[in-house]
Design a protein around this ligand. Structure first.
Ligand code: GLN
Length: 457
């Protein structure tokens, strides 16, 4: 079942929005009405944790400007682990439920400079630790395109708010798949930029050597537009370099593309079939060269990812000791966050030096090298974003099965390359995403290829 039983209303709204004729205030009004009707009541998507109390005022100001920025008229949801002045960056946790951001993250500063309007803070797995959106202290997010199923995590509210028609775009963060997994389940576009493309200043870390902020939208062009605004070098984040992107180029069909199709065992053959069909169509239309590829180390990615996350997350949470920020994390957090804190504290002990974390870093190097070698011959790698369909909200999933959600996304966080999830179709009326992966800082090519697939519809 979809969120909209009233297809006509939905069509009317999307036609109006598509014409882009509305000013920010009119558009905001429509979105707020939808949120009022469907976010907490009715089908209860539970995408937002807080709405921007100044949104109407801010929209008025934007509309009154004579010279408007690139994001004028765009209404944007923000994952609740990104600081936006005066808003509650709760990280989906009781720990920070009363914390009010005292500054704007670099990405929020850039959005505001380009006249984007922040509509509210989006629900998420607690401290971005999760696969389904169910670890949020404020309740799971429902999937607007498959009611009763999880929206996917951890950027559950960000992707659901775009899919439900509550906003134009959203910001999410992706450490092992947290933008791409929910984008895939909700049927929207979501990019995990290259490590260093976007400043992390103001992002509340989950795992600092893997986290990236990225954009989520209904289509590739809008995701590229928001990415173009937030990418860049920032003195406040030493690893940020920024990526070059020209939005006109994004619309062009790239020539002589060589695509590597990842050979990976997927239990649900219906998912792989959808992807294969898309690739066949693209091969015919664009005359791209397609070849199957095997990756030796991809099966080790999840086992490599978690020791790194545990150690870095443990370190990142030490500041939540109840003095400066909110409550003491161990006193109020949920079981998934606690598992990682305890696990991280154990593997960080001196007697384990040279084992877990260090070994994981070595394995990570191998994965990175493997991607690098493939990109010497291929422009991109394609595979399903998630090798399984989302489960029903509340369904008990063994942790080893949960790990599968990220099997194909976390390798790209380990390698630092960029990847996007775009809708590929539906299985049992549930959206399925296709993942396209390009080499570090090749976001422009990534968007171009994604756009070509989008045009196949
Ligand atoms: N599901 C993964 C985890 O729980 C990834 C989360 C993320 O990308 N923030 O670690």
């Amino acid at each position: 079942m979809k969120l909209y039983s009233n297809t006509w209303l939905c069509l009317k709204i999307s036609l109006k929005l598509r014409k882009n004729k509305m000013n920010t205030q009119e558009k905001l009004k429509i979105y707020l009405k939808e949120i009022e009707k469907n976010d907490k009541k009715g089908n209860k998507i539970n995408a937002f944790l807080q709405l921007n109390p100044n949104a109407v005022q801010e929209a008025k100001k934007i509309d009154a400007k004579s010279k408007k920025g690139k994001l004028a008229g765009k209404i944007i949801a923000v994952k609740a682990n990104i600081n936006a002045l005066g808003m509650n960056a709760s990280c989906g946790s009781r720990t920070l439920e009363d914390y009010q951001s005292t500054y704007d993250s670099e990405v929020i500063k850039k959005i505001k400079e380009e006249d984007g309007l922040i509509i509210g803070m989006a629900n998420m797995d607690e401290f971005a630790c999760g696969w389904s959106g169910e670890t949020s202290a404020f309740g799971a997010t429902n999937n607007p395109n498959a009611i009763g199923y999880v929206a996917g995590g951890s950027s559950s509210g960000s992707c659901a708010s775009v899919a439900a028609g509550f906003c134009d775009m959203a910001l999410g963060s992706d450490t092992g798949g947290s933008i791409r997994v929910p984008a895939s389940h909700c049927g929207v576009v979501g990019i995990k930029p290259s490590y260093g493309s976007v400043s992390r200043y103001g992002l509340i870390d989950m795992s600092m050597s893997l986290d990236q902020i990225g954009s989520i939208a209904k289509n590739v062009s809008d995701a590229a537009l928001l990415f173009g605004v937030i990418t860049g070098k920032d003195e406040k984040d030493a690893i940020s370099i920024g990526s070059r992107i020209n939005l006109k180029e994004v619309e062009k069909v790239p020539e002589k593309i060589k695509v590597g199709i990842l050979d990976f065992e997927i239990n649900d053959s219906r998912i792989q079939k959808l992807i294969d069909k898309k690739i066949e169509e693209a091969e015919k239309k664009y005359k791209w060269k397609i070849e199957k590829i095997k990756m030796d180390y991809i099966d080790f990615a999840v086992a490599t990812y978690f020791p790194i996350v545990y150690a870095e997350f443990f370190s990142a949470t030490r500041k939540f000791d109840g003095r400066r920020y909110g409550k003491k994390i161990e006193d109020v957090c949920g079981s998934e966050v606690l598992r990682r804190i305890i696990g991280g504290s154990e593997i960080s002990k001196a007697e384990h030096a040279g084992r877990y974390y260090y070994l994981a870093l070595k394995a990570r190097r191998l994965i990175e090298e493997e991607f690098k070698n493939i990109f010497k011959k291929f422009d991109c790698i394609i595979c399903p974003t998630v090798p399984r369909l989302p489960h029903k909200i509340g369904e008990k999933i063994p942790i080893e099965v949960m790990f599968q959600y990220d099997a194909l996304t976390c390798p790209i966080n380990l390698s630092g390359d960029c990847a996007i999830s775009i809708p590929a179709g539906e299985v049992q009326k549930i959206p399925v995403g296709m993942q396209i992966i390009c080499e570090k800082f090749q976001e422009q090519k990534l968007f171009q290829i994604a756009k070509c697939f989008e045009k196949l519809e």
